[in-house]
Design a protein. Structure first.
Length: 93
């Protein structure tokens, strides 16, 4: 299962902070992102999802089980400019 994670200068962002263009880029590269109700978080948010069984990887497990596991294959893509302070995005994004 391919998953998407977005790294900024301050660390990784929650998928709920992905822009529509980030979601489009992740989808183009094989990730399947879909909105889910999380009982653990008590909210609804977009998450990496299995195309077959529709199970999803919550933000906590995404980073602990996937991003932090350096043994997993990964492909890094440039998603453009992001500022966590002003939440500005440039036209390239």
């Amino acid at each position: 299962m391919k998953v998407a994670a977005l790294r900024a200068d301050t660390g990784y962002l929650n998928i709920g902070d992905f822009t529509d263009l980030d979601i489009q880029l992740a989808t183009q590269h094989g990730a399947f992102l879909r909105s889910h109700d999380s009982q653990t978080a008590g909210e609804r948010y977009v998450a990496n999802t299995c195309r077959r069984c529709k199970a999803f990887i919550g933000n906590h497990y995404l980073f602990g089980d996937y991003v932090a596991d350096l043994a997993l294959d990964r492909q890094e893509l440039d998603a453009g400019y992001y500022c966590s302070v002003c939440v500005c995005m440039d036209a390239d994004r």
